[in-house]
Design a protein around this ligand. Structure first.
Ligand code: FE
Ligand code: FE
Ligand code: ZN
Length: 277
């Protein structure tokens, strides 16, 4: 069974996302823990969460993925921005404990001129402050396109963050196809080579989820503009290779393509038909 879903809006609550996912042929989904731009969180509706957990069990959803707000920068220069990042990560991880055993993804951050070394140190410092041995959630660092001063567009940078983390078993990676291609990893012509590199540098056991996005831009453009599956520079065969790769086929896949629900349903259908496992 291909584990695939897309990014859904939280506006109608948790159970509603489960129902929406099911309706479009998904068996997982991604959602924002907070307003992506403002970082504001809604009240927690425990009843709604319980209904989603029951729904997931009933319909055999293996896992779901939460995404941190974009405004979170764990290696900011400004102390107030850093404080917000720490508060948000801590608060999100605590909230995620109500959905035990799932995943929480965030963008490592932008060093805004402080340099990569300082950026990596700040990100790992914050993670060491917020990760706890009792948490039920695996926190994922997303591979980035390398736009501006983004950290995490090189596998080495992600490894260096993980190396500095005490609770390494609480940390994983979410690979974004648009981002890695924009960053200069050629998953179109050499998926095998890219995965070997990932394995050598980070270790494939750390890879826990994949964001499925085509890219508007060309290889190594460092732009980060998502496109619909098959309508960008990656193309359908690349995605078919990814979902069927022996080292990837069991992972959960998440579409973050510019689509309404109907478009997501089509992409899910196309990929399900091409799944060979
Ligand atoms: Fe992301
Ligand atoms: Fe992504
Ligand atoms: Zn992106």
């Amino acid at each position: 069974m291909l584990n695939i879903g897309c990014h859904l809006s939280t506006s109608n609550g948790f159970l509603s996302m489960g129902k929406e996912a099911l309706k479009i042929g998904a068996n997982t989904f991604q959602f924002f823990t907070k307003n992506p731009r403002s970082g504001k969180a809604k009240e927690i509706d425990l009843e709604d969460i319980k209904k989603l957990l029951d729904f997931m069990k009933l319909h055999e959803f293996p896992i779901i993925l939460a995404h941190a707000p974009y405004t979170l920068n764990a290696c900011a220069a400004r102390p107030d921005v850093l404080e917000f990042a720490k508060f948000t990560l801590d608060d999100d991880i605590k909230r995620m404990d109500l959905l035990p055993g799932n995943l929480y993804n965030f963008h490592p951050g932008s060093h805004v001129g402080q340099g990569i070394t300082i950026g990596i140190k700040k990100i790992s410092d914050i993670l060491n402050e917020v990760l706890t041995p009792s948490q039920n959630t695996t926190v994922l660092l997303e591979t980035m396109a390398g736009k501006g001063t983004e950290i995490g567009s090189r596998f080495e940078e992600l490894r260096d963050i993980i190396d500095k983390i005490e609770l390494k078993d609480r940390i994983g990676i979410c690979l974004d196809t648009c981002h890695v291609y924009d960053a200069g990893y050629d998953i179109v012509n050499d998926l095998e080579g890219v995965l070997d590199k990932f394995d050598d540098i980070i270790g494939l056991s750390k890879l826990m989820a994949i964001h499925m996005n085509d890219s508007i831009n060309l290889f190594e453009s460092h732009k980060d503009r998502h496109q619909k599956i098959g309508e960008g520079s990656l193309g359908i065969p690349t995605f078919v290779n990814i979902i069927n790769h022996p080292k990837l086929y069991k992972l959960p896949f998440y579409l973050e393509t510019p689509n309404e629900l109907e478009g997501y349903a089509k992409e899910i259908e196309i990929l399900r038909k091409k799944y060979r496992w």
